[in-house]
Design a protein around this ligand. Structure first.
Ligand code: ADP
Length: 179
């Protein structure tokens, strides 16, 4: 079976991780390549309803996510993980655990994310209604050496997804299209 890969997207809430993952996964699925999106919010409901947002709980949630991604990607699936994953320690854990792994920094200024406020969370956080909110009252540690950076305040979601797929293709990381 062709080797899969885990493509791990990190970035602030509202930076564009989920949007990019969904577009990229759809494009691969249409070409007959098996792809899956592991969305941090969805996975929290499914796998981690017991966890909150302390550093230790976030670490635990990231470890669970990495475990699922590892199982899928070693079975030929291209796995797109959309997880804020604000701590370097989480991302290096995932990189250690998963044989085929790419780290993508979905970069967008906090002010732009807060203006988009896709889920209304920044407004709540600004009013002090959410504790430990990444970028406001909890740190986001920027990746030191990401494999790829997507600057979503400067390009459309389609362009970002296209750049991601181009990168994966050019670095020989996509499984072959079925004939
Ligand atoms: P996240 O998963 O990082 O929390 P979302 O994908 O839920 O973020 O939301 C990102 C928002 O930003 C969407 O409304 C999306 O349309 C918008 N956006 C603007 N430009 C981009 C881009 N280049 N890539 C991804 N999203 C973008």
């Amino acid at each position: 079976m062709a080797q899969g890969i885990t493509v791990w997207l990190t970035g602030l809430s509202g930076a564009g991780k989920t949007t990019i993952c969904r577009i990229a996964a759809d494009r691969l699925l249409r070409r007959g390549i098996r792809a899956e999106v592991l969305d941090g919010d969805e996975l929290r409901n499914a796998l981690s309803p017991d966890l909150g947002f302390s550093r230790e709980d976030r670490m635990q949630h990231a470890r669970r996510t990495a475990y699922v991604a590892k199982l899928l990607s070693r079975n030929g699936v291209v796995v797109f993980v959309a997880l804020i994953s604000p701590y370097r320690e989480m991302r290096s854990h995932a990189r250690r655990e998963i044989e085929q792994f790419v780290e993508v920094y979905v970069k967008c200024p906090l002010t732009v994310c807060a203006k988009r406020d896709v889920k209304g969370l920044y407004r709540k956080a600004a009013r002090g209604k959410i504790r430990q909110f990444t970028g406001i009252s909890d740190p986001y540690e920027e990746p030191d050496h990401p494999d790829l950076v997507l600057e979503t305040d400067r390009e459309s979601p389609q362009e970002s997804a296209e750049k991601l797929l181009q990168y994966l293709k050019a670095s020989g990381r996509l499984p072959p299209e079925p004939s």
